[in-house]
Design a protein around this ligand. Structure first.
Ligand SMILES: CC(C)[C@H](C(=O)O)[C@@H](O)C(=O)O
Ligand code: SF4
Length: 416
């Protein structure tokens, strides 16, 4: 039977030969991730089930990233509570305050491999599908059941495959591609679909750029984002994991597959305007909009290539005195590489604030919040009302290149 990548992975994880979209399968979970913000709820629910020990401590990853270092007594208490859980359950895959954002750290540390089922109590767990896994966000009570049993049921999703063709122009990136797709199909355009990204443009992208595509799958309602395994995936995995893995591909004649063709030859840098991610416009339509803060970071665009692009633009320049710019590398590994490459000197000399790897202002719970009437330009993935602080603030989303060029001018700027 012809199947999609999502169907093949879910069939394998449920011990079935085949399955099809719409079926309910009981999957064996390969990786279960929780963090400082949703972890306490997951653990409290787990404790209510009454099972003493988690099903397999080696398959659980606990990580602190949303409020690190603790910015409130509540955050500190959450951290203490989670450290006690990790200790009691013998969970070795524990990353305390220093490592960075979960969706960057898990792939980096080799926890994500092709063909496996990864669940996390965070909606952007779909990012990990860039390595050919089936990865999705789940609720804290679902995670409690995973902790207890190692299993979770899924309705097998249909697949929408974005065949991306054409050559990206100068200073046009995967973030622009995915914002444009979301603008076209809407925030509910791929509801409960496995969003697979393919075509020659995707093949030419780095794993990092593919992660930005998959990261945004949830912003069009997707159950997961996915990219087929290729040489770049294999190179990425090298030195990170020795675990054997299976690479699955979507059969072109699979019943549950819909294809959307996207040509990027003439694509301009895109901006998602307040207060919805699907309110995407070409930068030329919004350039000149004054901004108060620029946030370069997050699980969407806080990776080394993003920092490199931004540093190239900021080199020898000064950030506008009307703007605060926050640079937050997505992980310690990226921070280290950025230091080695001299990127941090460029940011500091330009007048940016460099913070420790964490989620930062992305969801308005930690550093760098916006006041009423303020405007942020952010490389993250959501611009909902109140997302980065005051409900009277506005958030625009863009690539790292637009963010850097705009920081210099103090207004939304076309980096080209
Ligand atoms: C805190 C967490 C539940 C949340 C998510 O699931 O996405 C956060 O990471 C976000 O980006 O809004
Ligand atoms: S960086 Fe933002 S989107 Fe990513 S996990 Fe953190 S809060 Fe969520």
């Amino acid at each position: 039977m012809s199947m999609t990548m999502a169907e093949k992975i879910l069939a394998k994880s449920a011990g079935l030969k085949e399955t099809e979209a719409g079926n309910i399968v009981m999957a064996n979970i390969d990786v279960a991730m929780t963090h400082d913000l949703t972890g306490p709820l997951s653990v409290e629910s787990f404790q209510k089930i009454g099972v003493e020990k988690v099903w397999d401590p080696e398959k659980i990853v606990v990580l602190f990233d949303h409020q690190v270092p603790a910015d409130s007594l509540e955050a500190a208490q959450n951290h203490i509570f989670m450290r006690e859980f990790v200790d009691k359950q013998g969970i070795n895959n524990f990353y305390d305050v220093k490592e960075g954002v979960c969706h960057q750290v898990l792939p980096e540390k080799g926890h994500v491999i092709p063909g496996e089922v990864v669940v996390g109590t965070d909606s952007h767990t779909c990012t990990h599908g860039a390595l050919g896994a089936f990865a999705t966000g789940i609720g804290s009570t679902d995670m409690a059941m995973v902790f207890a049993t190692g299993k979770l049921w899924f309705k097998v999703p249909e697949t929408i495959k974005f065949e991306i063709e054409g050559k990206l122009g100068r200073h046009v990136y995967s973030k622009d591609v995915v914002l444009n797709i979301i603008g076209q199909i809407g925030a509910d355009g791929a509801t409960y679909q496995a969003c697979e990204f393919g075509g020659e443009t995707t093949s030419n992208m780095s794993v990092s750029q593919r992660m930005a595509l998959c990261n945004m799958a949830i912003e069009m309602g997707g159950k997961t984002g996915m990219v087929e395994v290729d040489e770049k995936t294999i190179q990425y995995l090298k030195g990170r994991t020795n675990k054997p893995y299976q690479a699955f591909k979507t059969d072109e004649d699979a019943d549950s597959l819909t294809t959307m063709y996207v040509n990027v030859n003439d694509l301009e840098p895109q901006i998602a305007c307040p207060h919805h991610v699907d309110n995407a416009k070409p930068v030329t339509e919004v350039e000149g909009t004054p901004i108060d803060q620029v946030f370069l970071g997050s699980c969407t665009n806080g990776r080394l290539d993003d920092l490199q692009v931004a540093a190239e633009i900021l080199k020898g320049k000064q950030i506008s005195s009307d703007v605060r710019m926050l640079v937050i590398p997505a992980s310690r590994e990226i921070y280290r590489q950025a230091l080695d490459q001299g990127l941090m000197n460029i940011f500091v000399d330009a007048g940016a604030l460099v913070c420790n790897p964490c989620c930062g202002p992305c969801l308005g719970g930690h550093v760098g919040l916006l006041g009423p009437g303020e405007v942020s330009l952010s490389t993250s993935n959501r611009n909902f009302k109140g997302r980065q602080g005051s409900p009277e603030a506005e958030v625009y989303l863009s690539s790292a290149a637009v963010a850097a060029a705009s920081a210099i001018k103090g207004e939304i700027t076309d980096p080209r």
